[in-house]
Design a protein around this ligand. Structure first.
Ligand code: SIN
Ligand code: CO
Length: 389
């Protein structure tokens, strides 16, 4: 995607303008980001998903057994008929992994790295429904799918911002409204991380939240050091072969800190390991159990493709690639593979194409390493054959 093309989804801004002026900085309201938006999922279908064991869902009722009562799914069918007429919301996570038409919405967000995208959460709210004033630690695009929703935005928050005393929900005790908009189907509101917001349904309302992920500094440090430590032998230790007699044997001198800093710097600056860890971490699937592979011989895979079968990405898989010197790293659902530079176009195709088939795979069908890679990805579960082909 060219960064100087005005994008309708950004209200005519180019990706570069949006990233420079709004991304991670301030809200952007886009009227008719999607013209004639066709809601890809009905409220009943959303409720149907919330009955499923493998789908994460919640219902928030403003005046339930306690103020802002939260119930966790999966729900029994009759639970919906017992809900009040107004002031409740059903929220379903990662609907893109279960409904291909919802996953297709993500194609409009290709001006951002795909590994930054978390999921598409969908809410259905009865009139007056909402989850209360809160902030999230991630960027979000809130696309109105059905009915109207009133959005208010407020102050920038952080972990010190006072919250209501609630076991499950992080509702702000104090909301200082700065702007307000009512969104209709096809309208979209971008919110940067930590901006207080509060959405209230005007009528029966569905909102699609395209959420992004960014690891916290604490996660980066914990997970990267855990990863690094696998490669460090036990004999590699704090060492002070350069020591001189201590003035006071009970004092920790700053030369000890310098040695520690050198030890840390040496390992923390290993770019290849950092990249390997980051790619693996950012492609870890949300539901690993849904990335189950199948044992398949390369010959069978080729035969299927030759007969016209389509290989598609598992909607629960995450893929990304990167360069390391002359080589490439492919990250697939939390695993990495070092591959020769000649496979670059195949890697790009695997990450981006809607489907892989004999026509777009073309010469890769005769490439030994290319075939082996496709076979491995099928075995791992990141790719699979389209079911109805
Ligand atoms: C909602 O869709 O009801 C909530 C989305 C949000 O505020 O993060
Ligand atoms: Co929010």
């Amino acid at each position: 995607m060219k960064s100087n093309t005005p994008l309708q989804i950004l209200g005519g801004l180019t990706a570069a303008e949006f990233l420079r002026d709004y991304w991670q900085k301030k809200p952007l309201l886009v009227r008719q980001a999607f013209t004639d938006f066709e809601n890809p999922l009905s409220a009943d279908e959303l409720a149907g998903l919330a009955l499923e064991e493998e789908v994460e869902s919640r219902i928030v009722i403003e005046h339930g057994a306690q103020p802002w009562e939260m119930r966790r799914g999966p729900f029994a069918e009759d639970e919906f008929s017992k809900l009040p007429e107004t002031e409740w919301t059903l929220l379903v996570q990662a609907v893109d992994q279960f409904v291909p038409e919802v996953a297709e919405l993500l194609e409009h967000f290709r001006f951002l790295p795909s590994w930054r995208i978390d999921d598409v959460m969908i809410s259905f709210a009865a009139p007056g429904g909402g989850v209360g004033p809160h902030f999230d630690n991630y960027d979000v695009f809130l696309l109105q799918g059905l009915g109207k929703r009133n959005w208010k935005v407020g102050q920038m928050c952080d972990s010190q911002s006072p919250l209501l005393d609630h076991p499950d929900l992080r509702i702000l005790a104090d909301f200082q409204q700065s702007e307000e908009w009512t969104l209709e189907p096809g309208d979209m509101l971008y919110l940067p991380p930590r901006l207080a917001h509060c959405g209230v349904a005007v009528d029966d309302c569905m909102t699609y939240s395209v959420g992004f992920r960014a690891p916290s500094a604490a996660e980066v440090l914990t997970h990267f050091t855990d990863f690094l430590s696998q490669f460090l032998p036990d004999e590699e230790r704090y060492s002070d072969a350069d020591a001189v007699p201590a003035a006071d044997p009970h004092q920790i001198q700053h030369d000890a800190l310098d040695r520690l800093k050198r030890l840390l710097a040496e390992h923390m600056s290993d770019e290849r390991l950092l990249l390997t860890w980051f790619g693996q971490f950012m492609t870890e699937p949300r539901y690993p159990e849904l990335v189950a592979g199948e044992d398949m011989a390369e010959a069978d895979l080729l035969a299927e493709l030759e007969q016209g079968a389509l290989l598609v990405r598992n909607p629960s898989a995450r893929l990304a690639w990167s360069e390391v010197d002359e080589d490439l790293l492919l990250f697939a659902s939390g695993q990495s593979r070092l591959l020769p530079g000649e496979l670059r176009d195949l890697l790009k195709l695997i990450c981006a194409a809607d489907a892989l088939h004999i026509d777009n795979l073309g010469p890769w069908m005769n490439d030994e390493q290319g075939r082996a890679l496709l076979c491995e990805l099928v075995k791992q579960g990141s790719l699979g054959f389209a079911i109805d082909e």
